[in-house]
Design a protein around this ligand. Structure first.
Ligand code: BV8
Length: 261
């Protein structure tokens, strides 16, 4: 894709969004980066650097070492509890308020920052870091309010472990959530793909699906992604700049874009 004058691409995308009756937005870890939440593949810092995220974010990894995986999620929860949503989260929530029912927000993120910024009805493809659930089928005494104090906590009667309420690699996504996300990608006028490397499926497949249905696809990212080739336009820059510039008409005036092409 040849570079075009910054104002052309950005203004074109703004026009597409302004004319859209239905907007679908797919977000990834890059949207939370400016809040201080390491992106999924950067999340391995310090002690955790010795582990691969894919090994930690899997049922096999958890069963192999429940304590270590449980502590990794406790580490991430503590980190996320200490940060705030950023301008990207707020721009999405504000646009949705200004255009009731016109946005379907689909996220791969499990941090809950979209919801803390005020977004509602968020389709969480990969679950929720703040919701735990049982690892195995429950016994009659399994009660989330009556747990051992181990890491992970367990049912004192049958030993069933609590596990993070996220979707691990190799696990199916929640069927209704995925179906609703796919329907939104098929039916939208514009799909914004923001802050995701586009390598994790079936989430990344939403971009191809929208494209196959003749929908406008725009990728907003600080770096090249696997989905750039599917996009009608690519806005290169941080989501804290690009989303307000695209969504909020009074934003971006005189904005010095990183590069929009
Ligand atoms: C499934 C929750 C059916 C956990 C996550 C072999 C066996 C089994 C499955 C597979 C297999 N091979 C392939 C698969 C499919 C697999 C997959 O896609 N693997 C990939 C790695 C190849 N998918 C699955 O397993 C899914 N389930 O397919 O079920 C099945 C079942 C059995 C067997 C076969 C199939 C389940 C996937 C869900 C995994 N769970 N999260 C947790 O968080 O702990 S995924 C995890 O990655 C996060 O949710 C994260 O959001 C997501 C995607 O990553 P990104 O969001 O893209 O983040 P990343 O760090 O990669 O990139 C950040 C981007 O932001 C970058 O592009 C960067 O440039 C940009 N950026 C940075 N800063 C900014 C920015 N952009 C804008 N502004 C900034 N400031």
């Amino acid at each position: 894709m040849t570079a075009s004058p910054p104002e052309t691409t950005l203004d074109t995308v703004r026009t597409w969004v302004a004319q859209a009756e239905r907007l679908c937005v797919l977000t990834g870890a890059g949207v939370s980066a400016a809040s201080g939440v390491p992106t999924f593949r950067d999340a391995q810092t310090g002690y955790w650097a010795q582990f691969r995220a894919e090994d930690m974010a899997s049922a096999a990894g958890f069963r192999a070492n429940p304590g270590r995986v449980w502590q990794w999620y406790q580490h991430r929860k503590a980190l996320i509890a200490a940060v705030q949503p950023n301008a990207a989260h707020h721009a999405l929530a504000q646009w949705s308020l200004q255009h009731p029912g016109a946005m379907t927000l689909v996220t791969q993120n499990v941090d809950g920052l979209h919801q803390r910024a005020g977004s509602t009805d968020v389709l969480c493809l990969h679950g929720d870091l703040w919701q735990d659930r049982w690892l195995n089928p429950t016994c009659p005494q399994c009660n989330a309010d009556v747990l051992t104090d181990g890491e992970p906590p367990a049912c004192p009667c049958c030993g069933n472990l609590r596990r993070p309420g996220v979707v691990w690699f190799g696990e199916m996504l929640p069927g209704r959530v995925l179906a609703n996300a796919q329907a939104a990608a098929e039916a939208c006028d514009v799909l914004l793909v923001v802050g995701t490397a586009g390598v994790v499926y079936p989430a990344a497949g939403l971009a191809q699906l929208a494209r196959r249905c003749g929908r406008r696809v725009v990728v907003l990212n600080t770096a090249a992604t696997d989905l750039d080739s599917v996009a009608d336009a690519v806005l290169r820059g941080p989501a804290t700049s690009s989303l307000p510039a695209v969504l909020l008409s009074d934003e971006g005036e005189g904005l010095q874009p990183a590069v929009w092409y």
